[in-house]
Design a protein around this ligand. Sequence first.
Ligand code: SF4
Length: 388
Amino acid sequence: MNGPTQIGSRAKHSMNCRHTENPPAYGDCAEQGWQGSAAADIRDLGRTGLGELAQRLGERPFRASQIARWLYQHDVEDIDGMSDVSAVLRRRLAQEWCVRRAAIEVSSTSTDGSCKVLVQFASGDAVETVHLPAARRTTVCLSSQTGCPMACVFCVTGRRGRGRTLGTGEILEQLLAIQRPQPAGAGLSRPTHVVFMGMGEPLLEPRPVIEAIRVLVWEHGFGYASRRITVSTCGIPDGIRALAESGLKPRLALSLNAPWESLRLSLMPKAPPLAEVVPALKQYAAATKATITLEYVLLEGINDTPSCARALSSLATNLACKINLIVFNDAGDGEFRASSPHRTRQFMEWLQPGPRAVTLRQSMGRDIAAACGQLAGGACTPSGPAVP
Ligand code: SF4
């Protein structure tokens, strides 16, 4: 089914938020861009903050796990619903915290089964989240910002400009919200894989993303294996280092798109220089023992030449990276075109011998503008919701 489909009226926001006299330093509402309420989404605490909260309240550490199970496994609507938490503790929690649910506004379903959902937060900001069912996996593509200041020329989000960075609670809420039953039907299936390839650059302000990943891999949170989580970045060295130092070991993908600096700058004018990105990638690979993926959207006549292929092959070999070639999706302005199937095959041949693996990805959700570079509520990274 193509085109926008209303899958549910605006979901009920949990409005049990209460005023706090001592706003928490971690996950502060103001920090997350909220106006008008000092109560914060308890899920902004992530795993680290929940442990700190239990300690501050004089509770034993297992309380943090208990609360997390209510939040992420039972998807509780409000703090009062945590029925095996004592009434006294629930009251204390509710003095400072709430569960801030988002509304699912519109969903479009592609002929290939992928589904694009507009997730509207209580602040009024909205992001797009994409659900991508495939033969052996179901992937959710999460957004991390409401816009993006990196201004990549082929990306609709980049053209929207800077937005705000989502809080940890808002990042995790996308995953929870798409699975909730809606008035017009069942929720979407639980994803087996999570990719940070939606709107925004996830490592520009990495703390909320890193804390969200801590919850994603926590057995009392979502319980994902870290290898099932992928962070795609245009290459923010400090963010890559922060991720390396987190000890979390998600898969890392560099949105490269050009094998040398001048070409890359013409496509990604605010991306950090490769001379700074490469050492950070090496640090990440050394810290995690993971193979990094170089994502490369093929643009006709721009980055699909034999010299580009040779330079890309050399870079990937030098870094022991895999290459993920991605078919470009026209966002509608006609400025760029996808390389032809023939040129794409040639390009793959020109890469050899060299990198340890080369894959070609066809983004899902083209007909609903949910494929890479197409998300209209913003967009996505050029690697977009292509299943890694
Ligand atoms: S491609 Fe990624 S980093 Fe570049 S503008 Fe779009 S969202 Fe931002």
